[in-house]
Design a binder for this molecule. Structure first.
Ligand code: AN0
Ligand code: CP
Length: 318
């Protein structure tokens, strides 16, 4: 595997899951694999889980790790080509990327959608520049359109907890005070569509996601109807995608906050969220604290998904 930015890169999901469970049984099994290999993690945005779990994964594989927060201590980077650089940005990404590539073997990048320009975000301009100009295998730590390490961890979690071969998985939009990227829901949908689960997406009208990610999933605008008989509820807020509303918050309707009322019509569903989560906006205290809440096991599986991905990227170096 030369890069990891979307579900296609991981190949056969069954094989990837077997590898994940093998590593979960003995997470230091491949501790010799990464000896004298250096991981560089580049953050354009904040992180708790991705930062910690990916570092832990690198340690599981015996790698060295360098972490750079672009907005704390590095030069401010210009990212557009053709700009006359007479403003506040002293360095261009097109020099910074190959320089970073000099000091490491593998690069992870976190670069969220900016919501200034749909095409800029959906063409993954920043991530693709790293792929093109770093000379190193690159993986996404949440880019503009996807968060594959999260989706892989979510899939591992569902496989661990499912009580029937083909569970009903419902992804629900939920309210949030700020505009959040579509990366997590896009990516979750992309991975769910690659399984044989019964996958349903529910959101208010005007919160439609990009059809390339929705695929063949069923879309249901009535949240209560969507939740009926569900085995897993995956909550997430996202900003509008369509047309001139791209990146806007169109609703903060707390009728969509996941609580007892909705969970009562499910098949005693597990509750999932990638975190960080705003309580009593996305989900009520009692649901996130209940015995059916999987938010911590999901976060724990981030170490496993990252270990599988780094292992495969190291193997591609040889
Ligand atoms: C980010 C998002 O919604 O994409 C990161 C989630 C993993 N969340 C926030 O910015 C709060
Ligand atoms: N779920 C997730 O990626 O969390 P962080 O933004 O804290 O890394």
């Amino acid at each position: 595997m030369k890069k990891f930015t979307c579900v296609q890169d991981i190949g056969d999901l069954k094989v990837a899951l077997d590898e994940a469970f093998e590593i979960k049984k003995d997470r230091f099994k491949y501790v010799e694999l990464g000896r004298n290999k250096t991981l560089m993690m580049i953050f354009f945005n904040s992180s708790l889980r991705t930062r910690l779990s990916t570092q832990k994964a690198a340690l599981n594989l015996g790698m060295n790790v360098i972490v750079l927060d672009i907005n704390q201590g590095a030069w401010k980077l210009e990212t557009e080509r053709g700009v006359i650089m007479d403003g506040d940005k002293p360095e261009h990404l097109l020099e910074a990327i190959p320089v970073m590539g000099c000091y490491c073997d593998i690069i992870g990048v976190r670069s969220f959608a900016r919501f200034e320009d749909h095409d800029y975000d959906y063409n993954e301009v920043i991530l693709n520049q790293f792929i093109q100009h770093s000379g190193r295998p690159v993986f996404s730590m949440e880019a503009a359109t996807r968060h594959p390490l999260q989706s892989f961890a979510d899939l591992i979690t569902i496989e661990e907890y499912k009580e029937k071969p083909r569970p009903k998985v419902v992804m629900s939009w939920a309210p949030h005070p700020r505009a959040l990227p579509q990366a997590v829901p896009n990516s979750f949908a992309e991975w769910m569509n690659a399984t044989n689960y019964d996958f349903v997406i529910t959101h208010p009208e005007s919160y439609e996601l990009d059809p390339q990610f929705v695929g063949n999933a069923r879309v249901e605008y009535d949240q209560m109807k969507a939740f009926e008989g569900a085995d897993f509820i995956y909550a997430k807020s996202w900003a509008a995608y369509k047309g001139e509303n791209y990146g806007k918050v169109l609703s903060k309707d707390r009728d969509w906050t996941v609580g007892k009322r909705q969970m009562n019509v499910t098949n005693n569903a597990y509750f999932m969220h990638c975190l960080p989560v705003r309580r009593n906006m996305i989900v009520t205290d009692d649901i996130i604290e209940s015995s059916r809440s999987l938010v911590i096991p999901e976060a724990a599986n981030r170490e496993i998904s990252a270990t599988v991905v780094l292992k495969r990227l190291i193997e591609s170096l040889k």
